[in-house]
Design a protein around this ligand. Structure first.
Ligand code: C5P
Length: 238
C-alpha cells in the first residue's frame, strides 16, 4: 500500500521566539524542516512526502525542497496543528486516493530515526493506527492552578512523539467527525492520535518504541541539544 509522509511545519514557533518560524532555523547546515523531509525522503518505507507550512512560505519552501525526489507537494497549513493535519488530509483526498498509509510527523523533530519511520509504517500492515512513544522516566503529575492534584502511574505512561501513522480512511473519518463537533476547537488537540481516540475509540493504536533522541525543538536550548546529538552521530558515522 502507498505510504505518504506528512511533515507538519506550519506552526509559528512562538515559544521559540525569533522573527521566522523555528523550523527554518539551521541545524548542522540544513533547516530543521529539511532534516525532517530528508529523513522521510530517504526512507524505503515512504513513497511520497507532503510538507505543510505557513501560507506565506509555500513558494519559498517549494523552491527549497524541489530537489527531493519524493516531495510531491508543499501546501499551506492552518492556525492550529489539527487545521494543518486537515489541510493535508484534504490534499491527499484531492489526488483521488481512497486508501493509503499516512504518517504525520512534527517537522520540529528533525532527528527522527529511520527505524522509527520503518516501524511505524510496518505497524500499519496489521493495525489501523500506530504511534511512536517513549517510556517516561520522570513521574508525571497532574497540575491545575499551580497545585499537584494527582500522581499518575508511571509504568502505564509514555511520551507520545511522531511519526503517528494511520490508514487514510481512519484518519479522514476521525477528522470528519471532529469537524462536525462544535466543541472540537476547545479540545485543543496536540496530536492526531488524540483525535482518533476521541472520535473513533474502537480503533486500536499500536505503540511503536521510539527514542529519546527524537526530541522536539521547542525552545532555543533544544536546538543546542540537537546540535550536540547530530554532531555525535556524524562523528560515529566517520
Ligand atoms: O506546537 P507544536 O510544538 O505541538 O507543533 C508540532 C508540529 O506541528 C511543529 O512541527 C509545527 O510546525 C506543526 N504545526 C503545524 N501547524 C500549526 C501548529 C503546529 O503544522 N498550526
Amino acid at each position: 500500500m502507498r505510504t505518504v509522509a506528512v511533515v507538519l511545519a506550519a506552526g509559528s514557533g512562538s515559544r521559540f521566539g525569533g522573527s521566522r518560524p523555528k523550523q527554518l532555523e539551521k541545524l548542522g547546515g540544513r533547516s530543521i524542516l529539511e532534516h525532517s523531509v530528508v529523513a522521510f525522503d530517504r526512507s524505503p518505507s515512504i513513497d511520497e512526502v507532503l510538507a505543510v507550512v505557513p501560507g506565506y512560505l509555500v513558494a519559498e519552501t517549494a523552491d527549497d525542497l524541489i530537489s527531493y525526489r519524493k516531495v510531491s507537494g508543499v501546501i499551506a497549513g492552518g492556525a492550529a496543528r489539527t487545521d494543518s493535519t486537515k489541510a493535508a488530509i484534504g490534499a491527499i483526498a484531492a489526488t483521488g486516493i481512497t486508501e493509503c498509509k499516512v504518517l504525520f510527523h512534527d517537522a520540529a523533530r528533525p532527528l527522527v530515526s529511520q527505524d522509527a519511520i520503518a516501524r511505524c509504517a510496518a505497524a500499519l500492515d496489521s493495525q489501523q493506527a500506530a504511534a511512536v512513544v517513549v517510556p517516561s522516566s520522570d513521574t508525571i503529575v497532574e497540575v491545575t492552578d499551580g497545585m499537584l492534584r494527582r500522581v499518575l502511574p508511571r509504568s502505564e505512561l509514555a511520551r507520545a512523539q511522531t511519526p503517528q501513522g494511520f490508514l487514510f480512511s481512519v484518519i479522514s473519518r476521525a477528522y470528519e467527525l471532529a469537524t462536525a463537533d462544535p466543541g472540537f476547537a476547545q479540545l485543543a488537540a496536540t496530536d492526531d492520535c488524540g483525535v482518533v481516540l476521541r472520535y473513533l475509540p474502537d480503533v486500536q493504536i499500536q505503540a511503536v518504541p521510539g527514542s529519546d533522541r527524537n526530541i522536539k525543538i521547542t525552545y532555543p536550548a533544544d536546538l543546542a541539544v540537537a546540535e550536540v546529538l547530530l554532531s555525535a552521530e556524524q562523528q560515529q558515522a566517520l
